[in-house]
Design a protein around this ligand. Sequence first.
Ligand SMILES: Nc1ncnc2c1ncn2[C@@H]1O[C@H](COP(=O)(O)OP(=O)(O)OP(=O)(O)O)[C@@H](O)[C@H]1O
Ligand SMILES: [Mg+2]
Length: 248
Amino acid sequence: MLQIDDLHVKVGDREVLSGVDLEVPSGQICVLFGPNGSGKTTLLHTIMGFSEYKIVKGKIYFMDKDITDMPINERAKMGLGILLQRPPNIVGLKLKDLAEAANSGYIDTVKAAEELGLVNFLERDVNVGFSGGELKRSELLQLSVQDPCFLLLDEPESGVDMESIDLVGRKIHNLLYSKKRCGLEKGACDKSALVITHTGQILDYIDADCAYVMRGGQIMCSGRPRDILRDIREKGYGECIKCRMIKL
Ligand SMILES: Nc1ncnc2c1ncn2[C@@H]1O[C@H](COP(=O)(O)OP(=O)(O)OP(=O)(O)O)[C@@H](O)[C@H]1O
Ligand SMILES: [Mg+2]
């Protein structure tokens, strides 16, 4: 579904990703762990196609197509969607209008907002004055109505309170485990995802198949999500790569 080969990415003058190899097979959910500043968000933004991330070497393939140079809007049309770690405020654009623009055409925006407790936010400017947890729900609303077949989730649970985590977790579960019309051909497909998490709380809601650990702009190892999370909790990132993991 998604294959990344020897990806080198510069942000400004700095090479942040230095040879990333990663694969997410069709219908699978992979988790991406890594310390602060290791390049996780940079990887997701590069996959989505944000223009400030310059690919200097390597390739990105999505649904067997080389998307390395494809514009962001075409990637979205193919079925890539992202939940941002730090979404921007958009003054002058109401959340309802953005959600309607992102809507795939078969989701009721107001109903989706109701499910996320966001009905009263639809007439507000996108993210302006939203609390940390409200920002995540706003992102999730936009993703829900877009209903992509490949979800890039950047710390979906961070900043979300204990009660709302259940709401967010169940919504992500529903999004991932519903079939959808997928890609340019609009055939049915199983959804896939690449999910960044520090706490692992989201693993209570999704049955993740694999995990990668990123350090210094490279994938250091991969393995079973729960095993890797336990190693990181017990030994930290410095030790985890020596334990029970398959070196790529
Ligand atoms: N526009 C930029 N200009 C300069 N450096 C940048 C820019 N964007 C990212 N970086 C740097 O690239 C590195 C990787 O950042 P990134 O946001 O990808 O890390 P991360 O793994 O997502 O971290 P976190 O867990 O804290 O979210 C960081 O050192 C960051 O400061
Ligand atoms: Mg990040």
